[in-house]
Design a protein around this ligand. Structure first.
Ligand SMILES: *Cc1c(COP(=O)(O)O)cnc(C)c1O
Length: 427
């Protein structure tokens, strides 16, 4: 890298440091272009993207079909607000409701907004349908959850960094251990006011924790037993990432018959975001059947941009790409290959403890304590070697490439990753 080239990246980073709030700690790389599984930095160096914008870019960067939908719709009509109807919203709502087999959708923009919306729907349902007394509804959540960054959502997080000095916190949430059915049933049993169970099918931000095979289906059965809504936050796990359309999969349209390792679970409320737009536009959605969604009445919830015509066009294109390019199946096949190749390496490794995940949502655990910087240093070296990934929780590195990857590309990436790890082995 020449001195002149280096200054391009450096200048961009310095601008962010000076004029932007320091709410992130990015890997030092400045990107300017993306296509498929690749991104390029301002010096022209090409990288494999192994984060996919936290699984928002499952369809690959700048997918031509999605970008075209964005361009064409933005030339025609971008925003009406919901004060008036438009000719895209209904079309999109029918499309997405049928795609995921629910009666209705409530369109929002970001994942956190969709989680907030699900919390509101669940609380209303508690009062109007379940018969909980006003202000008494409880929602059960899991330890180490990640559902977004609003004040209510961080109120039920147990990440001290996300919570500290942001109180007072919102009440009405009960935390239980993840992947622990007894703890869940105890919470339901001892609190008749529990109206919902909000859960990530795989805890992504926490470090890609995959629960036991029967956890979700048995949790759903407990929800039915205690008249509690099963609310699946599939913002990160949804849209083909884990080798099926949804990690819960309930009646999904994916044709992947190999994905049946985990039983299908149909959530009462499904929360989607991130890759529902292929990363081209902020789009999120909450889906439910009429018996639940009809608790929402005019004026009780809304969003100026939610369900705008551009979002509608982009999301339809992004979901069509998932089926047309059979991305769930590709994620399933490549994910298996990825874990088996990494396991071959790990068998003789002292620096990597294990690899875990489903489909193309995987992570390795570095043999180091959480507050050491080995994982960060490995990510810097991966960057130098042409692959971008980021540590989550200190000693865990998540690997989540776009799902449009080919087997040849994946094997090239496995070589980059294992060669890089080899540089860190303690001999
Ligand atoms: C990213 C994420 C969110 C929040 O989405 P934003 O669009 O960043 O608000 C919520 N839940 C899960 C599981 C996520 O991964």
């Amino acid at each position: 890298m020449s001195v002149v080239e280096k200054s391009l990246s450096q200048a961009a980073i310095e601008l962010e440091n000076q004029y932007g709030a320091h709410n992130y700690h990015p890997l030092p790389v400045v990107l300017t272009k993306g296509e498929g599984v690749f991104v390029w930095d301002v010096e022209g160096k090409r990288y494999y993207d192994f984060l996919s914008a936290y699984s928002a870019v499952n369809q690959g960067h700048c997918h031509p079909k999605i970008v075209n939908a964005l361009i064409e719709q933005s030339k025609k009509l971008t925003l009406t607000s919901r004060a008036f109807h438009n000719d895209m919203l209904g079309k999109y709502e029918k499309f997405v409701a049928e795609f995921f087999h629910f009666d209705k959708v409530l369109p929002m923009n970001t994942g956190a907004e969709a989680v907030e919306t699900a919390v509101k729907i669940c609380r209303r349902w508690a009062y109007k349908v379940k018969g909980v007394s006003e202000n008494e509804a409880q929602i059960v959540v899991c330890n180490n959850n990640f559902h977004g960054r609003t004040t209510t959502i961080i109120s039920f997080s147990n990440d001290p960094v996300a919570r500290e000095n942001f109180g007072p916190y919102t009440h009405g949430f009960i935390k239980v251990e993840y992947d622990h059915l007894e703890a869940l049933e105890n919470a339901f049993k001892s609190n008749p006011n529990v109206a919902g169970f909000l859960v990530e099918p795989i805890q992504g931000e926490a470090g890609v924790y995959v629960p036991s095979n029967d956890y979700l289906i048995r949790a759903k059965q407990l929800c039915e037993k205690y008249n509690v809504l099963f609310i699946a936050d599939e913002v990160q796990t949804g849209i083909a990432r884990t080798g099926r359309l949804l990690a819960t999969c309930g009646n999904c349209t994916c044709k992947n018959k190999n994905c049946s390792g985990t039983p299908d679970v149909k959530p009462d409320i499904l929360i989607l975001g991130k890759a529902i737009s292929g990363g081209a536009y902020p789009v999120s959605a909450v889906l439910a059947n009429d018996a639940i969604m009809n608790v929402i009445t005019p004026g009780s919830h809304g969003s100026t941009f939610g369900g705008n015509p551009v979002a509608a066009a982009v999301a339809m294109a992004a979901l069509e790409v998932i089926n047309e390019e059979r991305l769930a199946e590709n994620a399933y096949v490549l994910g298996k290959l990825f874990r088996s190749e990494l396991n071959k390496y790990i068998a003789n490794s002292s620096i990597v403890k294990l690899v875990r995940g489903k489909g193309l949502l995987n992570a390795i655990v570095i043999n180091d304590s959480e507050d050491n910087d080995t994982a960060w240093n490995i990510c810097l070296r991966l960057r130098d070697n042409g692959l971008l990934a980021k540590p989550t929780h200190g000693n865990i590195i998540r690997f989540a490439p776009p799902l449009v990857m080919t087997e040849t590309q994946l094997m090239e990436c496995v070589a980059i990753i294992t060669n890089t790890l080899a540089e860190f082995e303690i001999h």
